[in-house]
Write a protein that binds this ligand. Sequence first.
Ligand code: AMP
Ligand code: MG
Length: 338
Amino acid sequence: MKTALRAADRSGVLEAARIIRNGGLAAFPTETVYGLGADAANETAVGKIYTVKGRPPDNPLILHICDVSQFYGCTEQTPDYCGALISAVWPGPLTVVALKKNSVPAWGTAGLPTIAIRMPSNETARLLIEYAQTPIYAPSANVSGRPSPTSARHVLQDLDGKIDIILDGGPCACGLESTVIDVSGDLPRVLRPGFITADMIYAKIGFYPETEHPLGKPKSPGMKYAHYAPKAELTVINGSPERAAALINERAGVEEKRVGILATDQTIDMYDKSKYFVLNAGDRSNAELIGANLFAALRAFDDKGVDIIYAEGIADAGVGSAVMDRLKKAAGGRVIEV
Ligand code: AMP
Ligand code: MG
């Protein structure tokens, strides 16, 4: 199959919508990461998402909608705070997991009693869902386990020849996957941290959501898999800029393999760029910026062919919690505190 790369203009979106209606797969930009979309009502098309991504069959998909009535059409017994939350945050980077209606088929939900739903704010994504005249199941448009794609080029790297079309809408604004919040229990629970932080949720509903215990059994099936991982072995070094850079230099100095370093504005001048492949993720105090740059940086290390990567950690608060969640997963738990 030849994959068409099209601009995310009106004719491109119309073509992608036609492909989705005909049971094909279309990758498209969202404000979080690029999504790989199929008609949610088409079992075969949804099955193809799993095949081309190599996605484990027990990992359910996020249903992308363009109208809140589609949320209530698929779910039942949502608590009052849920309405307040989605009217305050949607369209936007928040996925809501709610009890699903029996009428919703099992092929996108991995047989769970719940369904994950999101209304994206990205204009291309919303138009695509509107033109396709059907909700769209869309996980991230990468091969499972690889860093999520934040540009059309990343999608091409992973899925060229395996999907029908990619709409190029430029780099994603957030660059991290959506916050996932489960509203199916007594209390809301954040299953995956993202751009919508616990503080923002508090501001909208008047109380804090629970968060997944880092050592607990994940309630979100996707969170148990190794994720976001570059090919090189990544280690996160957590601590002040000076201490982190000192330890990275110490370790890199005795390393015989090719070393990549994910630095920050605060440390970028502390590394020898003639010896190491150094990328700057941005200002440590700007977690949104670091989040937007993170996945592209992880892919750039792969493109460069480094063998090991040292990445500086940032403060684990607000959007920084989402950044650290992804970094720790990419590191497979290799985190050193200095
Ligand atoms: P992705 O779209 O690739 O970012 O993955 C979607 C994320 O949402 C994965 O971590 C899924 O496990 C999670 N998810 C989807 N549906 C559900 C659900 N019903 N309950 C809990 N987590 C879900
Ligand atoms: Mg994903």
